[in-house]
Each structure stands twice: as structure tokens, then as C-alpha cells.
Design a protein around this ligand. Structure first.
Ligand SMILES: Nc1ncnc2c1ncn2[C@@H]1O[C@H](COP(=O)(O)OP(=O)(O)OP(=O)(O)O)[C@@H](O)[C@H]1O
Ligand SMILES: [Mg+2]
Length: 581
């Protein structure tokens, strides 16, 4: 067959022919420099290629060689702690090879081929194995066991399985038919990894952020979208979830727009400490990053790479949080590619399949029973930030993400402007998981969790209505009971929902503390309401000491929260005495 040659180049896209045997999404090497590319359209002998590297200098007529394989990632020990580009190349080792600016065509395996791992078998020769079975494990990072799984599609009888120290190229197991299995398996990133069974969303992904856990809880294995305009706190939320969210493993997919944005993340993230262990958070994190000098095509691939890695750890039985910041940059990459393909544009120039693609991505979230034995339950929870231009949520990416996610955490620039963080617009946000998760919260946090949630929301709602009225007639014109409601809503906003990421005692709120603070606000409302009913005037209520007591609960070290809460409760009860004197 004659060598395929480039017939057209336009930005990150190129056409080559003849490539009649090529498959969709097959990888190819383009040009003399062997640039990495993926086949994204086939028409007769002509293949359209999406090139993952800088294409300047490519000339028509240069050769194109299909590789026969799809964009895959090597999955095995050593992923944790790594920082990968959108197609799975480790930035660290790439830089060692070619300096800070990647030379074209440079490749580096996702996993370090030099690394060696002490493998402990879990089975022995003679065992029959099938997909997903645990062959054994290595200790990938302190305290984190990495199970070596039989890859999907492979079954047979073990002829041997060895303990010992192995490189990634060594076989650790041999089947009776002669096939060998090693520490690494490859997986095409665009295809979901198979599972035995999907499980219902009846457990929470506890975030440690009061506004989410109490009002808009996330399910473990759920998908949450976080739209917010410029500077509303998306990145801070994602980082708080990475640190305090109740997950074993974190996969952080960063699609930066501004060049320095990813640089900040790359600088900051590796310095975060894991509050659970005191060690670096990178010990249980994989980062996939796209800086603005990387081609759009790599950005488009990055979310699939990220979720494939997340699924792989899920399959070992881990609870994984996939944090994407932000999907808008991914969607823009999709739009750019689609435009160059001269496809029929949909809304605002995004391709008509935007929603389908987003849906396919979100569908890979879930809590599952993994394939194989011993039985394992794992989860991938997706929390995706979206940056709608101008903060306008009616734009296509936000809308498409909304339709397929289970919860919405909408961020409000007005709150961010008042430095009310997390700047969550509670009137717009929702969680479809809230009802189902109540049972868990009621058994684990507070027996009246559902009531706490509903009453808190009702008070916020009532406060909002009264604020609107007070805006028209002035607060003095309101009755005492209404002024009290306004005040309680403010207290909830400030002391229950408000939570600073920079207060080391409050950046993470255990569910018990969340329940205590919410309970105190409701107690304040009930008690003060009773006082008003008994004839005390609103002006006689001195809420200053209560507010100060609540601030102390909020910022108390974990061990002191209960004692501070008891003092605040005493202070609330004391309102009557103060009012009576
Ligand atoms: N929970 C929080 N506690 C305290 N401060 C916060 C919190 N969330 C956000 N902030 C403040 O708001 C600033 C902007 O937050 P952040 O960078 O997360 O916004 P963003 O939505 O990611 O912005 P961009 O659109 O530029 O990506 C932070 O630098 C910080 O000062
Ligand atoms: Mg940001």
C-alpha cells in the first residue's frame, strides 16, 4: 500500500490520504517529526486528523503513518503524583527530555518505565482468572495499595504468578496458554471501562462544605456542575474538594485559559497537604493539565484521559473524585475543532453534538461493583466547573451540563463581590440527590437532618422575600416577626453557609459541625420568635452576643466545637433574660 501523505493542514487539523484501512480514533504519526495525531473523520480514503502538537512547519506531502491503536493510556502503578498533559505524557519527564518547551514528536510513556515495584500476589498458579480479578498488589504510595487487575477481555488459568520486584515491562503472571500479564494495562481513553453492576446513588460524597452537604448534597458517584463567572470561587471550591472531599483518590483535570492560570495550579497544587495524612496531597492525586500553549486537540482529549484514570482506581475499589476546572475550556476546544472541520454549527458555534459528548462524559461517573473478585465497590464522582462567558448561565455549555448532572452549585458574582464565600446562590442551586441521601445523613450526622435542611432553606427563602419587600418599604416598616426572619436568614448566610477556605479550623466542616451550626440558627429563630409572641419587642433582642458566639463555633478547633456550640445555645437561651431586663 502506498504511504499516506498530508493533503491539507489547518491549525491542529490535517487531512491525509490514502488511508482506507484506518479506524476512527486511531492514532497516527504525522510528518517527518512524527507528531501525535488522532483520526477524527474518515471519508473514503481521506482521513481527517486532529494533531496533538504544534503544527507550524508541517508541509503538504509529508508522510502520515497510522499506528493501528486508539488513543490509550498505560494504567499501572506510578500514576499517583504524576502531572500529565491531555494525551497522557508526563510533564516532568518530557521536560527532562526536551526542556520547558516541548520539542515536537517527543514522547514519553505515561508511566516511568524505569520504576520498579514490589509485587505481592493474591493468587497462585492453578487459579482461574477472569477480567477484573485482583492478581495481587503493590504499595504505590505510603498506605495506598494499588491492585493489579486482570485486564478486561482476558481470562484463563494461571501457570505462574510471582512475588518479587518488577519493572513495568516485566511479566508478573503467565497463563497456561502462554499469555503474560504485567503491572500495566492499556485502555482506550474514549471508551468507558466495564463494570459488573451500577449501584444506586444512596451515599453522599461528603464535601466538608456546609452549603453543599446541608443544602445541595452530592452523591458518591454523582455528577455536579459548578457554573460561575470570573472570580466567583470555582477553583477554590475544586481545591477544597480535593483536600477535604471524602474521596480516596483525586483526579484533577485543569483546562486553563489564561496561561498563568494553570501555572498557578501547577505551583499550588503540589504544595497542598493532605489533611488526612499530613503528607502531600499529590500522594493520592493525578493531575491532567492543559496550558494555553498546548494544542486544542490535547485539551479536547484531556477529560477522557482523566476519567479513564479515575475509572481505573474505581475498579480497584477506591472512591475517586474527578474535579474538572473548567469544562468550558474543553467545550471551546471542541468548538474550534468542529469549526475547522466545517461542520454545521449549533448554538453559539458549538457543534450540535456538544450535549451528547458531555453526556457521554458525565455518564462515566457512578458508584459501581467492579468486575472480578474479590468483590469491590468503587465510585467516580464528577464535579465540573463551568465558566459561562459574562456569567450568563443560559449559554450552551452550562445548559447542556445542567441537563445531565444531578446537582447544580450555582455561583453568584454578587456574593463573591461581598466576599461571601462559598458564593453559592442557594435560590438557583439544587440537588436531585438530596432526598435519597437523607437516610445516610440522618444516621451519620443528625437524626433530624432532613428537617434541618428544609427549615434552613425555608428560612432563607422567607428572608429573601422579606429583603425584597424591605427594599421597597424600608426594614422599619416590617413587623417584628419579619425583621427577626430577615435577621435569621442573615445569620444562616453568614455562619452556616459562609465558610472561609483560609480559616484552618473551618475550611473543612465535619457533618456534625454542619448540623450543630444549622441547629443553632434554627434554635435562634424559634426561641426569638417565642419571645416576640410573648410580647417582647424586636428592638429588645440583642443579637450581638449570639452572633459573636456563633462566630466562635464556626472558627473553633474541631475538638472545641461542641463546647462552643453549647455556649452559643446558652447565649440563645439567654436572649430572654437580656430582653426581660
Ligand atoms: N471559600 C472561599 N473562602 C475564602 N475566599 C474565597 C473562597 N472562594 C473564593 N475565594 C476568594 O475569591 C478569589 C477567586 O476565587 P477563584 O480563583 O476560585 O475564582 P474562579 O471562579 O476560579 O475564577 P476564574 O474565573 O478566574 O477561574 C480567591 O482568590 C479568594 O480570594
Ligand atoms: Mg479558576
Amino acid at each position: 500500500m502506498s504511504t499516506a501523505r498530508l493533503t491539507r493542514v489547518s491549525g491542529a487539523l490535517a487531512e491525509a490520504e490514502p488511508l482506507p484501512q484506518c479506524a476512527l480514533y486511531e492514532l497516527a504519526r504525522v510528518g517527518q517529526r512524527g507528531l501525535l495525531a488522532e483520526v477524527i473523520r474518515l471519508r473514503g480514503p481521506t482521513a481527517t486528523l486532529q494533531i496533538y502538537e504544534e503544527t507550524a512547519g508541517l508541509v503538504l506531502g509529508e508522510p502520515v503513518a497510522p499506528t493501528g491503536a486508539a488513543l490509550t493510556v498505560g494504567l499501572g502503578p506510578g500514576l499517583l503524583g504524576s502531572i500529565l498533559d491531555g494525551v497522557g505524557r508526563p510533564l516532568g519527564r518530557l521536560a527532562e527530555q526536551s526542556g520547558d518547551f516541548l520539542a515536537p514528536g517527543v514522547t514519553a510513556e505515561t508511566l516511568d518505565p524505569e520504576s520498579r515495584w514490589a509485587f505481592t500476589p493474591a493468587l497462585a498458579a492453578g487459579a482461574r482468572v477472569s477480567p477484573g480479578d485482583v492478581l495481587g498488589s503493590v504499595e504505590e504510595r505510603p498506605g495506598i495499595r494499588h491492585s493489579i487487575l486482570v485486564p478486561p477481555g482476558i481470562s484463563g488459568e494461571l501457570a505462574r504468578l510471582d512475588a518479587g520486584t518488577f519493572s513495568l515491562a516485566d511479566p508478573v503472571a503467565t497463563l497456561t496458554d502462554g499469555r503474560t500479564l504485567g503491572l500495566v494495562q492499556r485502555w482506550p481513553v474514549r471508551r468507558p471501562r466495564p463494570v459488573a453492576r451500577r449501584l444506586p446513588d444512596d451515599r453522599p460524597f461528603v464535601t466538608g462544605q456546609r452549603v453543599f452537604d446541608l443544602l445541595f448534597p452530592a452523591a458518591e458517584g454523582g455528577s455536579i456542575v459548578v457554573p460561575g463567572g470570573f472570580g466567583t470561587g470555582k477553583t477554590v471550591i475544586e481545591q477544597s474538594l480535593a483536600k477535604y472531599g471524602d474521596a480516596d483518590i483525586v483526579v484533577y483535570v485543569g483546562c486553563g485559559e489564561r496561561g498563568n492560570e494553570m501555572a498557578e495550579v501547577l505551583h499550588e497544587f503540589p504544595r497542598l497537604t493532605d489533611p488526612a495524612t499530613g503528607r502531600s496531597l499529590m500522594d493520592r492525586t493525578v493531575m491532567v493539565v492543559n496550558t494555553s500553549n498546548m494544542p486544542v486537540a490535547a485539551r479536547e482529549a484531556s477529560i477522557y484521559l482523566g476519567i479513564t484514570i479515575a475509572e481505573y482506581y474505581r475498579d480497584m475499589g477506591y472512591r475517586v473524585a474527578l474535579l474538572a476546572d473548567s469544562l468550558s475550556r474543553w467545550a471551546e476546544a471542541l468548538r474550534e475543532i468542529s469549526a475547522r472541520l466545517a461542520e454545521m454549527p449549533g448554538e453559539e458555534g458549538y457543534p450540535t453534538y456538544l450535549a451528547t459528548r458531555l453526556g457521554q462524559f458525565f455518564e462515566r461517573a457512578g458508584r459501581v461493583t467492579a468486575l472480578g473478585s474479590p468483590s469491590r465497590t468503587g465510585a467516580v464522582t464528577v464535579v465540573a466547573a463551568v465558566s459561562p462567558p459574562g456569567g450568563d448561565f443560559s449559554e450552551p455549555v452550562t445548559q447542556a451540563a445542567l441537563r445531565i448532572s444531578g446537582a447544580l452549585w450555582a455561583l453568584d458574582p454578587a456574593l463573591a463581590h461581598q466576599r461571601q464565600f462559598p458564593a453559592v446562590d442557594w435560590s438557583m442551586s439544587y440537588s436531585l440527590y438530596a432526598r435519597r441521601l437523607e437516610t445516610w445523613f440522618e444516621s451519620q450526622a443528625h437524626s433530624d437532618w432532613g428537617e434541618l435542611r428544609r427549615e434552613t432553606l425555608a428560612l432563607l427563602q422567607r428572608g429573601q422575600e422579606l429583603r425584597d419587600i424591605a427594599g421597597l418599604v424600608g426594614p422599619e416598616a416590617l413587623q417584628g416577626t419579619d425583621r427577626l426572619l430577615l435577621e435569621t436568614a442573615r445569620v444562616i448566610q453568614e455562619f452556616v453557609l459562609g465558610q472561609s477556605a483560609y480559616d484552618s479550623n473551618d475550611a473543612h466542616s465535619p457533618v456534625a459541625k454542619t448540623a450543630l451550626l444549622a441547629g443553632l440558627a434554627l434554635q435562634l429563630q424559634r426561641h426569638a420568635q417565642a419571645l416576640l409572641a410573648s410580647g417582647v419587642a424586636f428592638e429588645q433582642l440583642d443579637l450581638g452576643p449570639v452572633r459573636r458566639a456563633l462566630a466562635l463555633v464556626r472558627s473553633a478547633p474541631v475538638a472545641a466545637v461542641e463546647a462552643r456550640a453549647a455556649e452559643a445555645a446558652f447565649c440563645i437561651a439567654g436572649l430572654s433574660r437580656a430582653a426581660a431586663t
